[in-house]
Design a protein around this ligand. Structure first.
Ligand code: MG
Ligand code: MG
Ligand code: MG
Length: 306
């Protein structure tokens, strides 16, 4: 029985490319490991897999009785539902340490860098394993995605150096141009059902007993949402009404203007005032300079909900 590598629910490019890159490394080191996913892929991730010639990893939701590596998160709400019945062999991640725990010793690589694939590159270097050209390309694209082509405050010099090294292996002359091409694919939201957009990059967080769902759409021009903003607002209100969330937030991030408009539906009317010092007007607020959910959105919110 092989081991698995799986990222978070509603997988993004980092979760998928990490699963592919880590399973190749582990298999090369003599431990048969296969990549898996916990959901459907975004247009951006499909673009990357197509560009470098990869099949989609296996869709696998249940891991009872299996052994697996967790990548790109360490939160119970974001992992497989039956994670308690699986053996966790390791966690490779770049988010705040979550609440996944184990009954046996495990391998942990957690670093405050911009992308899980930057850490996996460190693992390849540590084990002195050569990265195949197509895997290097996919890893590079994941780093460009997670760091918003180096603009995100989560981006470190390690991420930039890593992209340079991977671009050389993959034979990509202008990685930043490829990054912008990727964000153009990501910005094509027209014709997509509203609920699909809300959930395209959506994560639930347990914030001191309160369930908070935060979605993010990163685009190159916020104007593309002009005609659909009212529908997006109505849909996050519907999503909140359907479940047991304390708050549902949708970040509309403009990667060129470098800021985010936050659409908010919450049990707390003063949620953003308390967390970010800026009140919503009609359920919306513009937060200048905010690009990163993990670094700029989650921590103040978690603190304000304590
Ligand atoms: Mg991710
Ligand atoms: Mg990531
Ligand atoms: Mg992201």
């Amino acid at each position: 029985m092989p081991n698995y590598v799986v990222g978070h629910k509603i997988p993004d490019s980092d979760s998928i490319c990490s699963a592919i890159a880590l399973s190749y490394l582990k298999t090369t080191l003599g431990e048969e490991t296969v990549p898996a996913r916990l959901g459907e892929l975004s247009p951006e991730t499909l673009f990357i897999l197509d560009k470098f010639g990869f099949e989609q990893p296996e869709l696998k939701m249940s891991y009872a009785g299996e052994s697996l590596y967790i990548v790109d998160h360490s939160e119970r709400t974001q992992g497989p539902d039956d994670i308690d019945d699986a053996t966790i062999l390791g966690i490779i991640d770049h988010h705040k340490l979550g609440d996944i725990t184990t009954s046996t010793p495990l391998e942990i690589w957690v670093r405050p860098v911009g992308c899980t694939n930057t850490i996996i590159k460190m693992m390849y270097d540590f084990h002195n394993v050569e990265i195949p050209k197509n895997i290097a390309g996919a890893m590079m694209c994941a780093i460009l995605s997670d760091t918003v082509v180096f603009k995100s405050p989560t981006c470190t010099t390690a991420d930039i150096k890593c992209v340079e090294a991977l671009a050389e292996i993959a034979g990509i002359e202008d990685p930043q141009a490829l990054g912008m091409e990727m964000f153009k694919v990501k910005s094509a939201v027209e014709g997509t059902p509203v609920r699909d957009l809300v959930l395209r990059d959506f994560k639930d967080f347990d914030m001191n007993g309160k369930l908070v769902g935060i979605g993010q759409l990163e685009v190159i021009d916020l104007a593309i949402f002009d005609d659909m903003k009212a529908d997006l607002e109505a849909d996050i209100a519907a999503l909140k009404a359907e479940g047991n969330r304390h708050s549902v937030i949708l970040l509309l991030t403009d990667i060129m203007k470098e800021g985010s408009e936050m659409l908010v539906v919450s049990d707390n009317a003063d949620l953003t005032e308390k967390a970010y010092g800026k009140a919503t007007v009609d359920g919306k607020v513009w937060l200048d300079g905010v690009l990163s959910r993990k670094k700029q959105v989650v921590p103040p919110l978690q603190e304000s909900l304590a």
